[in-house]
Design a binder for this molecule. Structure first.
Ligand code: FAD
Length: 357
């Protein structure tokens, strides 16, 4: 049983690829900052930066709110491998004992976090869309563990700690999960659902260099070559405008209209799962619970009914414009602008009007 009194601070695994910080790292630093201040004024948000030759990212992490950067620099961390990253992170967590550790629910985060949780024998909530601290009780709760408890459970209130919310049962309900018996509390969080802090150029924090005990024997795979996907993956999470199409488009041919629309407005093409499952468009375009979560300035939903699983990925958009021939479609109910009509007529009209602007 962990001695909870030893655990403090909020850690964010700040994922980088080829020396570039992922957007989700900035978003989680923003969320980690908020959570840390809610826990107590002494709790810090710490970025964990693993890689080889990644010093250039340290200032950026401070600028996005990190009080502390734990830098784990090692030549064996140059390319992501499960073995090396899981060992380096597990060792660091054992040494420094964070209260909370957050990962982006990216391919890497989803691969890494469960392995670390298993090694630490602690809980992990996957694919969270919301995190909360039970503020009122948290400080009391920390006091309990810093003054009295050494076994980590006496006086425990299961409502305390990090409340991790994620969709369950096909998105039909939201489950709130707590990890009352173990530390650290770990979660992967969907990209696109949390907000980064405003960048503060010149902000300063504390740098802690962590010496990773890694040898080639720890790694059971060898990265021979990194082959980039032939076609660019769609950057839905970064798009300001998304033109999404659903089953109402009727065919793969129908998506030509969405491509034309997106090109006109400077947007990116999104899709419902029904359109993806029909083979009309690649899965990388899918928005929703099992696709990407997006937060553009404008989300056009054309021929999309607005099933709860689709809404789960786009309802945080600033402005939603629905084009649907059914005025009762759920998407028409949540839209800021609902245009009732045949998309084959409405979308070309929007394109033409955009031209006229
Ligand atoms: P439909 O529900 O068939 O809606 C088509 C809409 O087009 C209708 O509203 C119709 O009125 C309109 N329409 C038809 N013709 C026209 C026209 N000519 N002009 C204008 N409007 C027209 N779905 C996702 O999208 N993303 C996910 O990530 C996702 N994950 C899921 C996970 C699970 C576990 C499950 C069970 C389901 C998931 N789904 C997901 C599927 C989801 O439940 C819906 O089935 C899907 O979103 C429906 O897609 P759609 O709106 O394109 O199709």
């Amino acid at each position: 049983m962990a001695n909870f009194a030893e655990y403090k601070d909020v850690w964010v695994f700040t994922e980088q690829r080829q020396g570039k910080l992922m957007n989700v790292a900035r978003q989680l630093l923003g969320e980690g900052y908020r959570l840390s201040r809610e826990i107590s004024k002494d709790t810090r948000v710490c970025a964990v930066l693993a890689g080889d030759g990644v010093d250039h990212l340290v200032d950026e992490l401070y600028a996005y709110g990190a009080d502390v950067v734990y830098q784990i620099d090692h030549f064996l961390l140059k390319e992501y491998t499960t073995d090396a990253y899981a060992k380096a992170m597990t060792d660091a967590i054992r040494t420094y004992k964070p209260e909370i550790v957050l990962f982006g629910a990216t391919f890497i985060g989803r691969d890494l976090a469960p392995r670390i949780a298993a090694r630490l024998d602690t809980g992990l909530t996957a694919d969270c869309t919301r995190l909360d601290i039970n503020t009122a009780n948290y400080v009391e709760y920390l006091k309990t563990y810093t003054t009295a408890s050494t076994d980590g459970i006496s006086g425990r209130n299961d409502d305390n700690g990090l409340k991790q919310t994620r969709p369950a049962f096909g998105g039909n309900l939201m489950a709130t999960i707590v990890t009352p018996n173990t530390r650290p509390q770990m979660a992967t969080v969907r990209p696109g659902v949390m907000d980064p802090r405003e960048k503060k150029q010149g902000a300063r924090g504390q740098l802690i260099r962590v010496c990773a005990q890694l040898s080639a024997d720890d790694i059971h795979v060898e990265v021979v070559e990194v082959v980039k996907a032939a076609k660019e993956l769609v950057s839905l999470t970064d798009a300001d405008i998304i033109c999404s199409g659903g089953r109402g488009l009727g065919s793969a041919e129908g998506f030509r209209l969405m491509e034309e629309f997106a090109a006109k407005v400077g947007g990116v093409v999104g899709a419902s799962r029904a359109a993806v499952d029909s083979g009309w468009i690649d899965q990388s375009h899918q928005v929703g619970q099992t696709g990407t979560t997006v937060k553009p300035k404008i989300y056009f939903a054309c021929g999309i009914s607005g099933a709860i699983q689709h809404q789960a990925g786009m309802k945080g958009s600033d402005v939603i414009v629905a084009v649907n021939k059914d005025p009762q479609a759920p998407m028409m109910q949540i839209a800021d602008y609902a245009i009732c009509g045949d998309l084959k007529k409405v979308v070309p009209e929007i394109i033409a009007q955009w031209d006229a602007e």
